[in-house]
Each structure stands twice: as structure tokens, then as C-alpha cells.
Design a protein around this ligand. Structure first.
Ligand SMILES: C[S@@+](CC[C@H](N)C(=O)[O-])C[C@H]1O[C@@H](n2cnc3c(N)ncnc32)[C@H](O)[C@@H]1O
Length: 173
């Protein structure tokens, strides 16, 4: 009986862990609605989201610092975290059409250091977990510095966790 309980508990715990580390369904839909084959895309923090970019035919780079958590996909670049605040040991070599900020788990503020080499006037940025104060502040800062319009989406996941992401897009003429 104990064994059964443990199995049920560990099954639930694995599902729970995986579910909340991954992007939410509405965030996935927001990505799918914008991705097109051949787009240059970047994400920080690989996972289920990486499959979405690859399935859409994007020329994708998924930065990940933990091989253990990375999806085994060609777009994943394993790069250790360096510096303070820590950021992936990686340099952009071109601009991106869409950037999805969802890692690293140590904090995302250092993305500001590489954004000048990643952003062009038409770049869309999607930031997950903007219910968190630090990520909301990061979002506001990127919107201000790159003159983007922010749209925040929230929903109740599994009925009890409020999950929020924000889409930053160029102003329409
Ligand atoms: C929010 S996750 C990225 C999720 C991914 N973008 C997705 O939507 O599937 C951010 C980082 O957390 C780490 N991570 C992923 N799953 C984890 C887990 N179960 N426990 C601890 N860290 C995890 C990975 O290093 C990942 O890059």
C-alpha cells in the first residue's frame, strides 16, 4: 500500500514539476500564432517550447545551461552560465524575429546585455512568468528601451495557479 502511495505521489510530483516548468497552453498558442517557417528565433531556457519552434520550421536557437533539462533537439545550445548576474556564455551573430525569454532559472535580467545584438525594429519579445515582480520589471524595461507595446495574458492553470506571460510587439504605424 505504501509502495502504491509512493508511486502515485511521485507520478503526481513529476507531472506537477514538469507542468509548471513548461510554458502554459495560452503561451504556446501565442507562440504558434506568430511563428513562421524560416523565422530567426531565440529562446532562453529550453524544454517543450523548443519543440514548438522546431515544428514551426524556425531557424531557432534554444539556450540552455543544464544538459539534464535540455530537449535533445538540434537547436539546443548548451552554454554554461557566466558573470554576475549570470548569463549564458554565448554571443549572438544575427538579429532575431522573435525572442522567447523563459530562463535561466537564476534570473533573466542579464538578457539586457545581449539584446542590442539581437533586436531589430520588428522583433517581438515574449516573456514568460511576468506575474513575478522581477520579470514584470524586466518586461517594462525592454518595452521602454525598444519602444514596444506590452500585452499581458493571465489564466488559472489547473484551476489554482495563476500563470502570466507578456507579449512585447512593435507599435503599429
Ligand atoms: C522555465 S524553464 C524553461 C522551460 C521551457 N522554455 C519550456 O517552456 O518548456 C527554465 C530553466 O529551468 C531549468 N529547468 C527545467 N526543468 C527543471 C526542473 N524540473 N527542475 C529544475 N530546473 C528545471 C532549465 O535549465 C530551464 O532552462
Amino acid at each position: 500500500m505504501n509502495f502504491m502511495n509512493n508511486k502515485i505521489f511521485s507520478g503526481f510530483w513529476n507531472f506537477y514539476q514538469r507542468h509548471f516548468w513548461e510554458l502554459s497552453k495560452p503561451c504556446e498558442e501565442a507562440l504558434r500564432a506568430r511563428l513562421k517557417p524560416g523565422m530567426f528565433t531565440l529562446e532562453t531556457g529550453s524544454g517543450r517550447s523548443t519543440y514548438i519552434f522546431e515544428a514551426a520550421g524556425c531557424r531557432h536557437i534554444a539556450l540552455e545551461h543544464k544538459a539534464k533539462h535540455s530537449a535533445a533537439l538540434p537547436s539546443v545550445v548548451i552554454a554554461p552560465l557566466v558573470g554576475d548576474p549570470p548569463w549564458y556564455d554565448w554571443r549572438p551573430s544575427h538579429f532575431f524575429d522573435l525572442i522567447f525569454i523563459d530562463g535561466p532559472a537564476t534570473g533573466r535580467d542579464a538578457v539586457l546585455k545581449v539584446l542590442p545584438q539581437c533586436m531589430k525594429p520588428s522583433t517581438t519579445v515574449i516573456i514568460d512568468d511576468t506575474d513575478r515582480r522581477a520579470d514584470r520589471a524586466l518586461c517594462e524595461r525592454i518595452a521602454r528601451e525598444y519602444d514596444l507595446v506590452a500585452t499581458t495574458h493571465g489564466h488559472w492553470d489547473l484551476g489554482f495557479i495563476h500563470r502570466v506571460f507578456t507579449v512585447l510587439e512593435p507599435k503599429r504605424p
